[in-house]
Design a binder for this molecule. Sequence first.
Ligand SMILES: Cc1cc2nc3c(=O)[nH]c(=O)nc-3n(C[C@H](O)[C@H](O)[C@H](O)COP(=O)(O)O)c2cc1C
Length: 174
Amino acid sequence: MTKLLGISGSLRKASFNTMLLAQAAKSFGGDYTLADLNLPLYDGDIEEKGFPESVQKLHAQMAEADAIIIATPEYNGNISGVLKNALDWVSRIKPAPMADKPVAIMSSTAGRAGGVTALYSLRLCLVAFQPTIVNGPMVAVAGNYAAFDDDGNLKEESYQNAVDGLMEKLKSSI
Ligand SMILES: Cc1cc2nc3c(=O)[nH]c(=O)nc-3n(C[C@H](O)[C@H](O)[C@H](O)COP(=O)(O)O)c2cc1C
């Protein structure tokens, strides 16, 4: 079965981004695992002593995945520190875990723009990893506090269609 790894830029238990990933995984239909981004802050002194197990685990999960989905909140116009920290850690371990790997990016925010600015920023952050980023449809879920029902489903058909479209493209790029 196709291995799909989800990476959420939010550590919150009730995170809408984690919820969005779960919806995307349902649409994708593979063997889905949500990564744990609760890592220490990147510190070269820690790295010198050896990579933390949590970082090694994340790197291995990324390397083993057939495809990766990333969803981030927008914090002050950019991706979350949690996500950037995780990307910085895994970039230190070779081989590059996302090289030529199909990756789909999404965002979900309370604001009206759905995190579009963070999405473009994430795209730039990923350049160093040389993944194959699926170019849309764009999934940027605005007003997230009202966008999901109690079961975590997207209420608006247009958002669900965008997620389905993005997952179809992700599958076809494996
Ligand atoms: C530090 C911080 C900065 C934020 N900045 C923005 C922002 O720039 N744009 C926006 O739409 N929402 C912003 N928000 C609100 C988030 O979009 C909202 O909390 C979102 O639900 C967080 O994602 P999560 O549900 O996955 O945890 C910010 C929230 C925090 C905590």
